[in-house]
Design a protein around this ligand. Structure first.
Ligand code: NAP
Length: 288
């Protein structure tokens, strides 16, 4: 069972709103406070059941919280951490959910400082949809997914364990990764698939009635909000370039194998076996 009383979520959108819904539905904290720029987002989050109360003032929002989750777009995580850090209570746990970690973790750790009594651990739930905002949020979004944490030598092991326990309570499997390894890994498993979807749409610009399930599945993620992905691509550029290089090499191998039945069959069979070993999370649903 998790061990937090009041969670403040800054940015109650798809991920922040889903965390609020899940924390409340599973009674994992006493109270969820939401912070947003707009009163109407707070009202929507309250109506949706994602928060108990909300404010547009981040400093007031974090007062008394023992868990603060930064769930804004990636570009705002560090500036927001800088704003609220002086208002966090001693012993408070600070985490974020941004899709890119190395630069964010380095910057927030520098802000927190070695003597601080605020405990920071970077986080990234491997859950999501192409939706945005609290209306797209779901209490079950994290079930059956991996919740990545990116500790560093400065991370307090007890805090990492508390957050891992919280992730397990959300139905997710906590996984720890070095921040740089995280960025290289998700460049391959998340950022490359997004760019492949973009490329597929790029070469078939017009809506075609011949778009079958394979095409629709492979390009679904291209429907995602562009602002978010533009930030991710900029923040993880180096690792994404590496992933694109590896992908291009694999396409070249496939191209060569097209003239060689055995080699092609081996490549297809290897891919099939590897894909069959992947476990898909259940579709998000209403929690009763
Ligand atoms: P989203 O649905 O657009 O939510 C972002 C929220 O941040 C919005 O509700 C927005 O509300 C709020 N916000 C923006 N600026 C703010 C500010 N200055 N102060 C307070 N709140 C602010 O985006 P999301 O998909 O949840 O992404 C949020 C984070 O989760 C990102 O860091 C992303 O990398 C990460 N993530 C996303 C996914 C995914 O699949 N989408 C998966 C894993 C991790 P207002 O505009 O009303 O302020």
């Amino acid at each position: 069972m998790a061990s937090f009383d009041r969670a403040t979520i800054i940015g109650v959108g798809l991920i922040g709103g889903s965390l609020g819904l899940a924390l409340r539905a599973r009674h994992l904290v006493q109270e969820v406070v939401g912070v947003s720029r707009a009163e109407k987002t707070i009202a929507a989050a309250r109506d949706r059941g994602a928060i108990d109360r909300g404010t547009v003032d981040p400093m007031a929002g974090v007062a008394g919280a023992d868990l603060v989750i930064l769930a804004t777009p990636p570009d705002l995580v560090v500036p927001m951490a800088q704003r609220v850090l002086p208002y966090l209570r001693p012993g408070a746990v600070l985490t974020d959910v941004a899709s890119v970690k190395a630069e964010i973790v380095r910057s927030v750790e520098a802000l927190v400082g070695p003597q601080s009594r605020v405990m920071f651990v970077g986080g990234h739930p491997m859950a999501g949809t192409e939706g945005r905002g609290v209306t797209a949020a779901s209490a079950t979004l994290f079930e059956g997914t991996a919740y990545l944490f990116t500790p560093t030598p400065r991370t307090d092991p007890g805090t990492l364990e508390r957050l891992s326990a919280l992730a397990r309570s959300l139905g997710a499997a906590p996984v720890t990764l070095d921040p740089q390894d995280h960025d290289r890994t998700v460049a391959l498993t998340s950022h490359l698939p997004y760019l492949v979807a973009v490329a597929l749409m790029g070469i078939t610009q017009t809506a075609t009635p011949a778009a079958g399930p394979a095409f629709l599945g492979a390009t679904r993620v291209a429907r995602s909000p562009v602002e978010l992905w533009a930030q991710i691509c900029r923040l993880n550029r180096e690792s994404i370039l590496g992933a694109l290089r590896v992908f291009r090499e694999e396409l070249t191998r496939l191209e060569g194998a097209l003239g060689n039945g055995d080699r092609l069959t081996t490549m297809l069979e290897n891919a099939r076996k590897a894909r069959l070993r992947l476990v898909e999370p259940p579709a998000p649903r209403e929690m009763t």
